[in-house]
Ligand binder design. Sequence first.
Ligand code: 5GP
Length: 115
Amino acid sequence: MSTIFSKIVAGERSADVVYQDDRVTAFRDIHPAAPTHILIVPNREIPTVNDLADGDEALAGHMLLVARDLAKSEGIAESGYRLIINCNRDGNQEVFHLHLHLIGGRPLGGMVKRV
Ligand code: 5GP
């Protein structure tokens, strides 16, 4: 079973890829929530944060540093942005291939709606 994000990583599904190396791929979200909305995914299928192994520490850190660099190249590093990883049902995760959302380019308001 291959996720839609694995197909993008492999070039089998079209996407606006903005960065790729041997560990991660970054591409623009198909339904952007803001002027910049990029998904940073590990090339290897890892379903959720829960499935990260201790040995994935460098990979997880790499995802964060790629987000930092993309924020700079997108011109939103100084204005600010938000990094989000949704996990499972309560996190409203839709695609079960770990991904870090990089969202910015407009004021994003409060972090989570208080109910
Ligand atoms: P989640 O809710 O799992 O954290 O976020 C999944 C994200 O993937 C959503 O923001 C959705 O718009 C995006 N997405 C789903 N399918 C595709 C696709 O085929 N291509 C791209 N570029 N983004 C997708």
